[in-house]
Design a protein around this ligand. Structure first.
Ligand SMILES: *Cc1c(COP(=O)(O)O)cnc(C)c1O
Length: 376
C-alpha cells in the first residue's frame, strides 16, 4: 500500500485541458510576471472572499511581511502571535524589525488564546495577529473586542483560511487585513509559490501594491517612495490558480466527506485518539479541511506504524515556536505555552486531499485501529 501525505496528480489531470489552454495563453503573451492573469485572479479572490482589495504577491510569507509593513508595524513594536503555528507567522514579524510575542493557544482550534493574548499586552504592543489553522478560525469576535479595547491593530495570518468564514466574515477581513498562501498543499494550491494580501483598507492596499514591486509608485512611473521587495506573482501560477478556482467548491466538499469518513472510522478509538473538534465559534459553513489533524497519546509510534505501512503523515508542528532555535532566546518567547507544547507532542496530520478515495481513507483508519489493537 502507498498513500502519500499529499498528491494532486489526479486533480491536475482532470483539469489539464483547461489548464493547458491558459498556460498557452500565458506562454504566447510575452507577459510572465504580474499581468492580466494576476489581475483576473485578484478580482476572482476579492469576489470570493468579499475583500475590497486582493493583492497578489510571490508567496504567503511575503504576503505577511508586506501586510505588516503596510500596516505600519516596525522597529520597537510588539506583535502578539500564537506559539503554535508555521514559523513564518513569527519570522515575518522579525523581518519587519518588530518583536513577536508568542502566546499559548486553545485546545481544539489550536488558535490564539484570547486570555493569554491579553496577559501579554504591554505598552509596546502594536497588533495582535491570530492564525487560523487546519480547518477552523480563531475566536475572532473575542479577539476583535480585545484589540478594540486596547487600541491594537488586528491582523490575521489567514494563510490557510481560503473559504473559512465566521459570522459572515471571511478569514483575513476581521481587522486591518490578512493573507492567503497558495503553497501547493494548501486548500487552493498552485504548482509553486504564490500568495495574497487581503484587506478592505484602500491605503493599506496601495502600500502593499507598491511594496510588492520595489516600492514603485503604482502608476508605473519609475519613482520609488520606499524600499520594497520583488514579490510579483508569476502569470503561470495565476493561470494555475484561476483554473483550480473553478473546482475549489467541489474540492472543499470532497475534503469534508473525507473528514466525515475519518471521523466515523476513528470514533471508537477515543480517548486514545481524538479527531478534530470545533470551538463553539465555528458555525455552519465552517469547517474547511485544509489539514485533518488527530491527536494521539502515542503519536510517534503511530507515525512509525503508518510509515511502515506506506501511509504518509505530517507532524504539524513538531515544536512550539518557543522551542525553535531561531526564536527561543527572544524576550517574547518566555511566556508559558503548555497547550502548544502538548499539541506539538500529540498532533499529526493524516492524508487529506481531493484525490483520496474512500478505500484509501478506510485503509488509513484500519491501520490506526490495528495499531491500537495489536499494541494496546
Ligand atoms: C503556509 C503558511 C504560511 C506561509 O505561506 P507560504 O506561501 O508557504 O510562504 C504562513 N502561515 C501559515 C499559518 C501557513 O500555513
Amino acid at each position: 500500500m502507498s498513500i502519500s501525505f499529499f498528491t494532486g496528480a489526479a486533480t491536475i489531470r482532470a483539469a489539464w485541458p483547461r489548464l493547458e489552454q491558459r498556460l498557452r495563453t500565458v506562454a504566447e503573451s510575452g507577459r510572465f510576471t504580474f499581468g492580466p492573469q494576476g489581475q483576473e485572479l485578484e478580482r476572482a479572490i476579492a469576489e470570493r472572499t468579499g475583500a475590497k482589495h486582493a493583492v497578489a504577491v510571490g508567496n504567503g510569507t511575503d504576503a505577511l511581511i508586506i501586510l505588516l509593513r503596510a500596516a505600519g508595524i516596525g522597529p520597537g513594536d510588539e506583535v502578539i502571535v500564537p506559539a503554535y503555528t508555521f514559523f513564518a507567522t513569527a519570522s515575518a514579524v522579525l523581518h519587519v524589525g518588530a518583536e513577536p510575542v508568542l502566546v499559548d493557544v486553545l485546545p481544539g482550534s489550536y488558535a490564539m488564546d484570547p486570555a493569554a493574548a491579553e496577559a501579554a499586552i504591554t505598552g509596546r504592543t502594536k497588533a495582535i495577529m491570530p492564525v487560523h489553522l487546519f480547518s477552523q478560525m480563531a475566536d475572532m469576535r473575542t479577539l476583535r473586542d480585545l484589540a478594540d479595547e486596547h487600541g491594537l491593530l488586528l491582523l490575521e495570518d489567514s494563510a490557510e483560511g481560503i473559504d473559512m468564514v465566521q459570522g459572515g466574515v471571511h478569514a483575513g477581513l476581521w481587522g486591518k487585513g490578512g493573507v492567503l498562501s497558495f503553497f501547493p498543499t494548501k486548500t487552493l494550491g498552485s504548482l509553486g509559490d504564490a500568495g495574497m494580501v487581503l484587506t478592505d483598507d484602500d491605503e493599506l492596499a496601495t502600500t502593499a501594491r507598491r511594496l510588492r514591486s520595489h516600492g514603485q509608485q503604482v502608476d508605473g512611473s519609475y519613482e520609488y517612495l520606499e524600499l520594497g521587495y520583488n514579490s510579483r506573482l508569476d502569470e503561470i501560477q495565476s493561470a494555475v490558480l484561476l483554473t483550480r478556482l473553478e473546482t475549489l467548491s467541489a474540492e472543499i466538499e470532497r475534503r469534508a466527506e473525507i473528514a466525515a469518513r475519518y471521523d466515523a472510522g476513528l470514533a471508537a478509538l477515543a480517548p486514545a485518539v481524538t479527531v478534530p473538534w470545533f470551538a463553539p465559534t465555528a458555525e455552519p459553513g465552517d469547517p474547511v479541511y485544509y489539514v485533518y489533524l488527530i491527536e494521539s497519546d502515542r503519536r510517534d509510534e503511530l507515525v512509525a506504524h503508518l510509515t511502515e505501512h506506506g501511509v504518509g503523515t505530517e507532524v504539524y508542528y513538531p515544536r512550539a515556536l518557543t522551542e525553535q532555535p531561531a526564536l527561543a532566546e527572544l524576550p517574547g518567547a518566555q511566556h508559558p505555552v503548555p497547550v502548544a507544547i502538548a499539541a506539538s507532542r500529540r498532533a499529526v496530520g493524516l492524508p487529506m486531499y481531493p484525490d483520496l478515495t474512500d478505500e484509501q481513507v478506510d485503509q488509513v483508519c484500519e491501520l490506526i485501529q490495528r495499531f491500537h489493537k495489536e499494541t494496546p
